[in-house]
Design a protein around this ligand. Structure first.
Ligand SMILES: Nc1ncnc2c1ncn2[C@@H]1O[C@H](COP(=O)(O)OP(=O)(O)O)[C@@H](O)[C@H]1O
Ligand SMILES: O=C(CO)[C@H](O)[C@H](O)COP(=O)(O)O
Length: 554
């Protein structure tokens, strides 16, 4: 501090459950990350478009990583715990035991993952109702939300699952229940994925209209009738049992949770940007767009008044930053798409061998690909290598702004070549396609009334300098990276800090704990090239729609 006195150190633990792994961090009151641990979690794909996990497996992983990050720390200094997780659906029976979400009856697999697309038929019928709650999810409900999945369970697993079910949780709320025994749900999960309204509560007519009147009849007991703002301290904190499992003290305050993308938003969007030469310095916080890029990418923009953006989720009141409306654009597969295309290429074994050879000192495959691109680009900017290779990235449907789950991926410009150069250029075109998707989403948000000037990136893909530079170049906006790479965990720790009472508001905790690390400016001299590629990008989807119209015609 200015006076030279040492502030007593306060610690918070943040736990982040992603699609592929669970991470924990020990974070202090200034947002500095002091310890980090991660642990993979199991995933099952019993059939195409069915994706399942196990809530017991996920909780066990939470315990492993939490124990690791608090090792050697005086447990009395840990003042709060916060969880965030993907928005997957957890199903438990009346005694809180796991129930199977599959035809095999395997009750270990009791989680329908967020990216599961089994409920296509159900969501189609839900959208046909044109019910007014749909206005608050961009006009069209996504197959990835909870209502269609619940309806699928009722229609497909009536005896083995639906009739026995006592509790349906969003994964973030399952974790806070497991830690505290409190079944209250977070406003974040219920508003964003379950059609709950911060102002009006549940809408009985919606559930009746879609055939899930069961919830209305029991006063929403199974899906939540006590709803708390994220960061609120739950019950009497950690139960003795959970404390033992996590390696913490009983009674440590535990916060109402957030979905992972929203935690990432809290971790980055409130930073003090003074002195970095950013245009958003003189602008309100609503000029910032947080993009959380992991398996999927989520584009989080806030506003003082509600903004309705067709094909972009929301507006959701107070679901991320209290008092602000949130719009959430997204791309269902981004990291997963890059991994998929790279791993499926014939030159992948060669790439792996080169990247892990002793000469390259075991780089990640992406660091190797980036340096390979630098090698083959010659005098031109690296982005120009894809002048005749174009990708449409919706291999798992389009979340925003088209909200069309039937869309497919496209690649044009294929050659009779399978070497490493070919793989590297396909990887580059894929990264660019994802960035064009972001530009497409931003344009839809701006057309509806948002005014965005600066991007704040976090998540696994923000560790990839090529991914970051392409987002800057293709959107023409500066990209801010946080001081702590693991910003989603800082967001989870902010929740713990709020629950501890050390900060008076989420806004105060955000301002104190999120910090700018690096700024990446766009290469404006390349704009003309990217504008042309963007024109091609938009043509790709137009043509795809023409193809399906031709094929469905007589
Ligand atoms: N150092 C890195 N360089 C490039 N890409 C990375 C790096 N680390 C992670 N990724 C990519 O980020 C994605 C996973 O991000 P992450 O935030 O861990 O995912 P999730 O939260 O969905 O589990 C993967 O597709 C992976 O390829
Ligand atoms: O729908 C979402 C947020 O609202 C996310 O896409 C989902 O939670 C998965 O996140 P991640 O890509 O980080 O695993």
């Amino acid at each position: 501090t200015m006076s030279g006195e040492e502030e007593p150190r306060c610690y918070y633990v943040g736990v982040d459950v992603g699609t592929g792994s669970v991470r924990a961090a020990l974070v202090d009151q200034r947002g500095v990350l002091l310890a980090f641990a991660d642990q993979p979690i199991k995933k099952w794909e019993p059939q195409f478009n069915h994706h399942e996990q196990s809530s017991e497996d996920i909780w066990a992983a939470c315990c492993v990583v939490t124990k690791k990050v608090v090792q050697g720390i005086d447990l009395n200094q840990i003042r709060g715990l916060g969880f965030d997780a993907t928005c997957s659906l957890v199903v438990l029976d009346k005694q809180f035991r796991p129930l199977p979400v599959n035809h095999e009856g395997d009750s270990h697999r009791n989680v329908i993952m967020w990216l599961d697309h089994r409920a296509v038929n159900q969501v189609h019928r839900i959208n046909e109702t044109k019910h007014s709650v749909l206005q608050y999810v961009g006009g069209v409900m996504s197959v990835e939300m909870q209502a269609p999945k619940l309806l699928w369970l009722k229609e497909n697993l009536r005896e083995t699952c639906w009739d026995k079910a006592g509790h349906f949780f969003d994964l973030p709320d399952f974790l806070s229940w497991k830690a505290t025994g409190v079944t209250a749900r977070s406003l974040c999960s219920l508003v964003c994925k379950w059609t709950y309204s911060a102002e009006k509560g549940w809408d009985d007519s919606f559930w009746k209209m879609i055939g899930l009147e069961d919830f209305v009849a029991d006063n929403y007991n199974k899906i939540g009738n006590q709803v708390l703002p994220p960061g609120t301290s739950l019950g009497s904190g950690l139960t003795p049992e959970a404390a033992k499992e996590l390696g913490l003290r009983p009674g440590v305050p535990v916060a109402a949770s957030l979905i992972d993308a929203h935690a990432g938003g809290l971790g980055v969007i409130g930073a003090d940007v003074r002195g970095h030469g950013l245009i958003c310095e003189g602008q309100p916080v609503t000029s910032r767009l947080a993009i959380i890029c992991g398996t999927s990418s989520c584009h989080m923009g806030i506003s003082k008044d509600p903004i309705f953006v067709p094909g972009v989720w929301g507006p959701y009141f107070s679901a991320m930053v209290p008092g602000f409306w949130l719009n959430e654009g997204g791309q269902s597969v981004t990291g997963k798409l890059i991994d998929y295309l790279v791993q499926g290429h014939p030159a992948f074994p060669e790439l792996q061998a080169n990247a892990t050879s002793t000469e390259t000192r075991c780089q990640s495959i992406y660091a190797y690909l980036n340096s390979h691109l630098d090698l083959i680009k010659k005098a031109e900017p690296v982005g120009f290598l894809t002048v005749d290779l174009h990708v449409w990235p919706d291999f798992h449907g389009n979340r925003s702004p088209l909200a069309d789950l039937t869309l497919k991926g496209m690649v044009t410009g294929l050659k009779l070549s399978q070497d490493l150069d070919d793989l590297a250029i396909l990887y580059l075109a894929t990264v660019q396609a994802i960035a064009f998707g972001t530009r497409f989403i931003i344009e839809a948000m701006e057309a509806a009334g948002h005014s965005i000037s600066t991007l704040f990136l976090c998540g696994g893909l923000s560790k990839n300098p090529l991914f970051v530079q392409m987002h800057a170049d293709i959107t023409g906006m500066s990209v801010v990276l946080s001081q702590e790479v693991e910003s989603v965990l800082v967001g989870a720790a902010i929740l713990g800090a709020c629950a501890s009472g050390d900060f008076t508001s989420v806004q105060e905790a955000m301002a104190r704990m999120s910090k700018v690390g690096k700024v990446v400016f766009p290469r404006l001299e390349d704009k003309k090239y990217y504008d042309k590629k963007y024109q091609v990008f938009l043509k790709l989807v137009e043509h795809q729609k023409e193809y399906s119209a031709i094929m469905s015609g007589d």
